[in-house]
Design a protein around this ligand. Structure first.
Ligand code: DGL
Length: 256
């Protein structure tokens, strides 16, 4: 029987935060696809993002037996998940949603949602926002995800500066909020830096994704195993990026 896989997709390393929870708690075969060639997704249109992710799924399903795809990216989820489900009927798609419902259920009254411009613009997001009877303010950040990616990849001082500038922008806007939603998987990787400056709860949708992964894994996989395995595919294939991704993934994993 052909080896069965769960494919995680993000524009870069944001989805490593999502994968780490699954890798640690659900032993199976994973592929992590970082579409760095087309990153950042947050500055692309819905149509373009659908085209990028469709191509990835097409390529990967020709090479591997993919049963489940996780869009470990809020931008790709809000932009393309519905069309992808219609296009690839035999594959289960799991999306990453901003943790607004979680914040609502935990009783927060004034929420600041930070995400990419594309996420905040989408109908799917607007629908989620208006379904909850709570005050939500949105902040679209154009450079935060890419500065986090660059900082983690190269430790560049310039990227660190841009990252900090974004965090101060969030801090300013969050003065009257009682909670922060990290509506982009990249932001989860900067949680420590955010928390140093903003002393408020910062929620993300990763645990919700993990529950869905367990559900669909139990339903679709015919074989069970005791150890997780992961392959990394990086579309931009920048020099040494595979090794850096692996190193960062194992660092994240050690903290889960
Ligand atoms: N990590 C992605 C998200 O959750 C997007 C980052 C990007 O703009 O590429 O939205």
């Amino acid at each position: 029987m052909k080896k069965e896989y769960i494919l995680f997709i993000d524009s870069g390393m944001g989805g490593l935060s999502t994968l780490s929870i699954a890798y640690k708690n659900l032993p199976t075969n994973y592929i992590y696809y970082a579409d760095t060639k087309n990153a950042p997704y947050g500055n692309h249109s819905r149509k373009e993002i659908f085209k990028f992710v469709k191509k990835i799924v097409d390529d990967m399903k020709n090479r591997f037996n993919i049963l489940v795809v996780v869009l470990a990216c809020n931008t790709a989820t809000t932009s393309a998940i519905e069309q992808l489900r219609k296009t690839f009927k035999a594959i289960k798609f799991i999306g990453t949603e901003p943790a607004l419902k979680l914040a609502y259920n935990q009783g927060y009254k004034r929420i600041l949602m930070v995400a990419t411009p594309t996420t905040i613009k989408q109908k799917k997001y607007k629908h989620l926002e208006s379904s909850l009877n709570v005050y939500i303010e949105n902040l679209a950040l154009k450079t935060f995800a890419s500065s986090i990616e660059k900082f983690l990849l190269s430790k560049s001082i310039f990227a660190y500066f841009v990252m900090q500038k974004n965090i101060y922008q969030i801090a300013k806007k969050s003065r009257s909020s009682d909670c922060l939603i990290l509506g982009c998987t990249h932001y989860v990787l900067a949680r420590r830096q955010i928390k140093k400056i903003i002393k408020k709860p910062a929620l993300d949708g990763n645990f919700g994704v993990f529950k869905q992964v367990c559900f669909w894994h139990a339903k679709t996989f015919s074989s069970k195993q005791t150890k997780s395995r992961v392959k990394f595919v990086i579309s931009g294939n920048e020099k040494g990026s595979q090794e850096i991704y692996k190193k960062i993934f194992y660092e994240i994993l050690a903290k889960v």
